[in-house]
Design a protein around this ligand. Structure first.
Ligand code: ADP
Ligand code: MG
Length: 198
């Protein structure tokens, strides 16, 4: 099953008198369960693409279809709900991974589900917590965690709502090579175990 498709996606930025073609006819097709990396030099348009795929920005032209939803056809309100339910998005910026500083790890994990007026799937969340090695951190506040731990909390939170796709824009930017490899190993396990598209 196709989980994500883009057709003739373009994004132009106006910078002074210059027109920057950040995306120029991007056609992408991703099947359910795939684990894909997008690589390219700095400035080649990766973050621009992720923002549009996550529904945070609109393209200049072209279409994005995720989980059968054409993002162009969603109202601003519907897009907000769609993002909360169907897309997990993690970016290395900001370094806090947008965790809420006054809530502990467990409260952060279930916050998007509570905002959606849904019941958290405790069994599934418990599986995520143990897979990501966060059992001992559930009552910790984000501020006392390492970058590596914070990223693992952000991954667990992104997956707790069982999104159609997990999008990550250079998530391990701030980690050293060993920690980065460890995160990629974990993502591989999550991809296989839950058939999660990443
Ligand atoms: P990457 O993530 O691969 O480094 P970006 O998507 O951040 O690439 O940037 C792609 C191009 O678009 C670059 O030339 C960058 O300078 C430009 N760009 C990105 N965001 C903006 C913006 N808000 N306004 C103007 N130009 C931008
Ligand atoms: Mg970038």
């Amino acid at each position: 099953m196709r989980i994500l498709q883009t057709a003739h996606l373009t994004k132009q930025y106006v910078h002074g008198t210059n027109l920057i073609n950040a995306l120029d006819d991007v056609n992408l097709s991703i099947e359910q369960g795939e684990f894909i990396a997008i690589t390219g030099a700095s400035g080649s348009g990766k973050s621009t693409l992720f923002h549009i795929l996550a529904g945070l920005g609109r393209p200049t032209s072209g279409r994005v279809i995720i989980d059968k939803f054409d993002l162009r056809k969603l109202s601003a309100d519907d897009l907000t709900v769609f993002r909360r339910r169907r897309v997990g998005f993690i970016s290395a910026k900001p370094l806090s991974y947008n965790l809420v500083p006054v809530l502990n790890v467990y409260e952060n994990l279930i916050l998007p589900i509570l905002l959606d007026a849904k019941e958290p799937d405790d069994e599934f969340i418990q599986k995520l917590v143990s897979l990501l090695g966060l059992e001992k951190n559930l009552r910790d506040m984000p501020g006392v965690l390492s970058d590596n731990q914070r990223l693992r909390v952000a991954i667990a939170r992104a997956l707790a709502a069982k999104p159609a796709i997990l999008l990550m824009d250079e998530p391990s930017d701030c980690l050293d090579d060993k920690d980065s490899e460890n995160i990629i190993d974990l993502l591989n396990v999550i991809n296989k175990k839950f058939h999660q598209t990443i």
